[in-house]
Design a protein around this ligand. Structure first.
Ligand code: SF4
Length: 727
């Protein structure tokens, strides 16, 4: 089955449930974090604790070992999956346990511990509702927090009715949960060993925080006299006091709850008597410290190597809240069965799978991350998830060789030491394609649009024939500007309009509009020849090529900064390169200088108007109704509001979509493998732009990809907002 077919099949079967549930979690997150007094400060605090904890990890593990043993338990540090399972099998075997009850733990999924124990004849019963449903269905989790998110209530009812052959068919949510509660309650009461994960473990006290929706972890521990906790080494934090920001953030970030239903803080072995569920008279045993046995199994399994890997290290800060999955436009369509590896799913899964399973496993789904960066804002520990995906993509490229790649080896204009597949090389070298496209226009456009060409590109390059390709303009923006003298006397400001690839070769009207608006507001504008930002190669995981672009862009713009000019950028994804990704590609001083002097075009216009420029000189909106979609990376940079403010200032009536990402995302929507995912992600945008209040509005969008996607989704032709301001 092709990748496109597999994705289509998953979307058909699971897409609706995944979409509805992740969107609901995501909306809940926005509402919940809005109530926090200082969300950003809380995130910063959480990040600082994790940075410190990972830095001091070996020392904290030693401290925790002393603490756990002082408390009467045992800590076992397992090198890998086999080592962990061997130890757990020994413990459970010594207890002669028939039944092990287990609460939800992704680390235990990493170990496949259920299968390991089953080989010795132990029955492991999942006690988390979602995990239990999946155990009955014999399926893998599709989400790191809500494992059965892909299943509707109807599907769960059908499954349980069939499996348990109930007299009265279960139907409502209440009937289903009551049945699960009774069934699982019985299984917990007869169990010998309780197995849990651990969300956080404080080294100073040995206290574990367990975050659950159903209280099943606490019950499984209380009801059994042997407790085995399984956790990755990264779960250790220095002190019990460090728990506070995580407790505030984890539920809000994941499921949008101000606080998760159950947050159990336990310092095992717990000092409570065990419960005999069959003894109504004296259900609690006499309190005896020896009643309780506790084993903490800390797993390395690649994590210590991740700690020493500058690019993967951040993954270890992850608190597995799932915000990055819920906010992700592609995850919302396909869920974790497609956007995930052996154990972990969503954007951060690339880091986890690369670290614990290897690059090849991560490479299977890594391309579903488009680098839109919406997860960066959502992550409570501020992990640069897109960068991790980019680095892993680069590593995957280095290990790959396509069938006909030898034909282009050494002939491509990139700096890649590795061997990216032909399709990635083509998209990564889009600057060269655009230069050729403009030089040969209109022939190049005609040729690319023929049925034969489209079929060939689909077959050999994986470019979906249903997409319209960009139409290159013969005269580029920089050429148009060559013979043009600035008309501004006594300029208010001096600026450089950065000729991004699309504005220069394809959408030059928005470039001309930008120049006219800036000049109308008294700005002296120059448009130099400058290299493309490197966004195209970076999106394909061609990091060295992107670095070369970044260095050349910095060199070419630096003299203008030196003479006091502001850098104005139309394409938000290029501004995001300057502000975010160049941090990884340039020395800090160079990056900061460029980022500090750069502005998104509407942000710049906003600044001019705020500082006295005359809005009356611009086009009068006269109440024209506008529907606006801001670019994902523009939103991550916090620049969406400027466009709305400027348009409203000029008299437009603006409605704004709340879609996280249009689904096009540069080359992603062009690829045959992902065309359907891209269109499905765009569907929400289509729906929003067809509402009663939006269907007749003028459509504007800031990003090239958004404009292309909206053009394919709507009958109305979208434009960049700057074009509305030209009188
Ligand atoms: S990467 Fe961040 S947002 Fe994603 S699961 Fe981890 S902590 Fe949550």
């Amino acid at each position: 089955m092709s990748k496109a077919d597999r994705l289509r099949e998953i979307m058909d079967e699971e897409g609706d449930a995944v979409h509805a549930n992740t969107q609901s979690f995501n909306r809940g997150r926005y509402d919940s974090v809005a109530d926090l007094e200082d969300y950003e400060a809380l995130k910063e605090e959480a990040r600082t604790i994790k940075e410190d904890a990972i830095e001091r990890l070996p020392e904290l593990i030693d401290r925790l070992e002393e603490t756990v043993e002082g408390n009467g338990g045992t800590l076992y540090l397992a090198d890998d999956v086999a080592d962990a399972n061997r130890y757990i099998r020994e413990v459970v075997g010594e207890e002669s346990a028939k039944t092990v009850v287990k609460s939800k733990s992704m680390t235990s999924e990493e170990l496949d511990v259920n299968d390991a124990l089953a080989t010795d004849g132990h029955e492991v019963v999942e006690t988390d509702l979602g995990e239990w449903v999946l155990q009955v269905a014999d399926e893998a989790p599709s989400h790191i927090v809500a494992p059965a998110i892909h299943k509707s209530r109807e599907a769960i009812a059908e499954l349980l009715n069939e499996h348990f052959d109930s007299d009265e068919p279960l139907e409502t949510a209440e009937e289903l949960t009551t049945f699960a509660r009774e069934t699982l309650g019985e299984r917990i009461s007869e169990a010998d060993v309780g197995m849990t994960g651990a969300n956080f473990i404080a080294a100073d006290t040995g206290t574990m925080a367990l975050v659950t929706s159903e209280g099943n972890a606490r019950k499984s521990i209380a009801a059994t006299d042997t407790h085995v906790a399984i956790a990755g080494v990264e779960k250790v934090i220095p002190s019990i006091e460090d728990l506070q920001p995580f407790v505030e953030l984890i539920g809000r970030s994941g499921t949008g709850q101000d606080i998760t239903s159950y947050i159990s803080l336990l310092t095992p072995p717990v000092k409570t008597p065990t419960i005999n569920f069959n003894d109504d008279e004296t259900p609690l045993s006499a309190l005896d410290d020896d009643d309780r046995e506790f084993h903490l199994v800390l797993i390395d399994n690649g994590r210590m190597a991740m700690r020493n890997d500058d690019d993967l290290r951040e993954t270890l800060y992850c608190i597995r809240c799932s915000a990055c999955s819920n906010v992700c436009a592609n995850f919302q369509q396909v869920g974790g069965h497609a956007f995930g590896g052996e154990t972990y799913s969503g954007g951060i899964a690339t880091g986890w799978e690369a670290g614990v399973e290897g690059t090849d496993v991560a490479g299977e789904f890594n391309d579903l991350c488009t680098g839109c960066s919406r997860c960066v804002d959502a992550c409570p520990v501020k992990i640069d998830i897109p960068w991790i995906n980019t680095v892993v993509r680069d590593r995957v490229n280095r290990g790959k060789a396509g069938k006909i790649d030898f034909l282009v080896d050494g002939l491509t204009p990139d700096d890649e030491a590795g061997n990216p597949p032909l399709q990635k090389r083509l998209f990564g070298n889009f600057e060269t394609v655009a230069k050729l496209g403009s030089a040969l226009a209109p022939l190049s456009n005609w040729l690319a649009d023929t049925t034969v060409s489209k079929r060939m590109m689909d077959r050999f390059l994986g470019i979906d024939a249903r997409r319209d390709l960009p139409e290159f303009k013969r005269e580029t923006l920089t050429e148009w500007c060559t013979d043009r003298d600035s008309t501004i006397q006594n300029p208010r400001r001096q600026a450089v309009l950065y000729p991004d690839l699309y504005t220069n070769h394809v959408q030059i009207e928005r470039g001309k509009a930008a120049i006219r608006v800036l000049e109308t507001l008294g700005v002296d504008v120059v448009v130099p020849t400058a290299p493309s930002s490197g966004r195209a190669p970076l999106s394909q995981g061609m990091v060295e090529t992107a670095r070369d672009h970044a260095e050349r862009v910095a060199d070419s713009l630096d003299p203008f900064i030196e003479e006091g000019r502001d850098i104005v950028v139309i394409e938000p994804s290029d501004l995001a390169m300057f502000e975010r990704e160049y941090e990884q590609l340039l020395d800090l001083a160079t990056q900061e200088r460029l980022a500090d002097e750069s502005y998104e075009i509407m942000e710049y216009v906003f600044g001019l108007l705020e500082n006295g420029a005359d809005a009356a000189a611009l086009c009068e909106g006269a109440g024209e109704h506008v529907a606006y979609h801001s670019h994902c990376q523009q939103r991550t940079l916090g620049l969406e509001g400027h466009t709305v403010a400027v348009l409203e200032h000029c008299g437009f009536d603006v409605w704004t979509s709340d879609v996280e990402c249009c689904g096009m995302a540069g080359s992603f929507g062009y690829k045959s493998d992902y065309y359907d995912v891209s269109m499905a992600a765009g569907d929400e945008l289509r729906r929003q732009f067809h509402e009663k209040d939006t269907q007749n509005r003028t459509v504007v969008a800031s990003g090239t990809s958004c404009l292309e996607q909206l053009d394919s989704l709507l009958e109305r032709h979208p434009t960049h907002p700057i074009e509305l301001l030209v009188d």
